[in-house]
Design a binder for this molecule. Structure first.
Ligand code: 3MF
Ligand code: MG
Length: 344
């Protein structure tokens, strides 16, 4: 592969613009219409929740037929499924969490729904599952046994690993929202857990820039940490303005230098040979329907712009400034380079 990146997003990234304080402001586009937008926007891969493909309450036969129909649609557009994620946070049975719910029947529901997500992934020629543990935490500390909860998360991952002997699973960690506190708030937490599963080589992470930022961490350093372990299998690049609600802003739109460093770390690690670059970005609520994919096109363009900046860094200069510990000059050089000024 010639150092070329592949890009993906999920159908939820073209959205009607509702927020907790106001209703939708754009019509929800039919799934098939969204699918037809991917290639034109420069994307070859699609990310899906299980119920983006077929409703979660369909029986096995309906599911098989429904998935086959979606597969045909994706094939006709030349799209590859990057991952399938079981949506374990909307059904009433997941109100108290999924794998960590206190009721055994709710935990069984989460287990069965995750197995079904694997079935759907397989029908779509995909061997990659992403777990965003949305409600695996609490509003108050005393609601659940936190130690038991971690064990239950390991059990759930083990169940999926046993259900399909070659499926790979990546945890997408987020410190909060919708819960006050998540049991596996960071990449490091999930990776510790991954090593205690029955097949650590098949358990990795997806890092979302905003989720690292919300945990007070630098996304580029988080990515480097997971890359060192050989466990960074996907990313959700976006941006985030401070420690607030999850904003999913256009990549690079808040902090260009922070975005530059994410591309730097990914490119130095040859991520183009490892995984697909996902852009988990959301249009502003003020965006008109005619412009509702601009945030995706702009995020991809920003990645490519920063890639050009990363690949034109004067490596020798950086090395020599590191050796002489002249970080003031390095700081000036990087800022100048980001602004297109090449002066040494
Ligand atoms: C939540 C997210 C989600 C997950 C997606 C896949 C809307 O903060 O980032 O995107 O990425 O549900 O699990
Ligand atoms: Mg995400």
């Amino acid at each position: 592969m010639a150092k070329k990146y592949r890009f993906s997003f999920g159908p939820w990234n073209i959205s009607p613009g509702a927020d907790p304080f106001g209703p939708p402001v754009r019509a929800e586009l039919p799934f098939a219409r969204k699918v037809r937008m991917y290639r034109k926007l420069g994307f070859t891969h699609i990310q899906l929740h299980d119920d983006d493909v077929v409703p979660a309450d369909w029986d096995a036969r309906q599911t098989q037929r429904g998935v086959a129909k979606v597969k045909k649609l994706l094939d006709s557009e030349g799209l590859t499924v990057e991952f399938v994620a079981p949506r374990l946070w909307e059904d009433p049975r997941t109100i108290d969490g999924a794998f960590t719910a206190n009721r055994p029947a709710d935990r069984r529901y989460a287990r069965d729904r995750s197995r079904r997500a694997i079935d759907i992934a397989r029908m779509l020629d995909c061997d990659f599952i992403v777990l965003w543990p949305a409600r695996e935490g609490t509003y108050i500390r005393e609601a659940k046994d936190a130690q038991a909860a971690i064990g239950r998360m390991v059990d759930a991952v083990n169940d999926m690993l046993a259900y399909d002997e070659s499926i790979r699973i990546a945890g997408e960690m987020k410190p909060n929202e919708p819960m006050d506190q998540a049991y596996c708030p960071t990449v490091g937490h999930f990776m510790g857990l991954a090593y205690r599963t029955s097949d650590p080589d098949r358990v990795g992470v997806l890092i979302e820039s905003a989720h690292s930022i919300l945990a007070g961490l630098d996304p580029a350093d988080d990515m480097a940490y997971a890359l060192w372990h050989g466990k960074l299998w996907s990313v959700h690049l976006n941006d985030q303005n401070g420690l607030k609600y999850d904003q999913d802003k256009t990549f690079g739109s808040v902090d260009l230098r922070r975005a530059f460093n994410q591309v730097w770390v990914l490119d130095r690690a040859k991520f183009y040979d490892i995984g697909v670059v996902g852009l988990d970005v959301k249009a502003m609520r003020t965006t008109k329907p005619a412009h509702q994919t601009k945030h995706l096109a702009n995020s991809l363009a920003m990645f490519n712009f920063l890639l050009e900046r990363v690949r034109s860094v004067d490596e020798e200069l950086v090395d020599s400034l590191r050796r002489s510990r002249d970080y003031e000059e390095l700081d000036r050089y990087i800022l100048g380079h980001l602004m297109g000024k090449s002066g040494k």
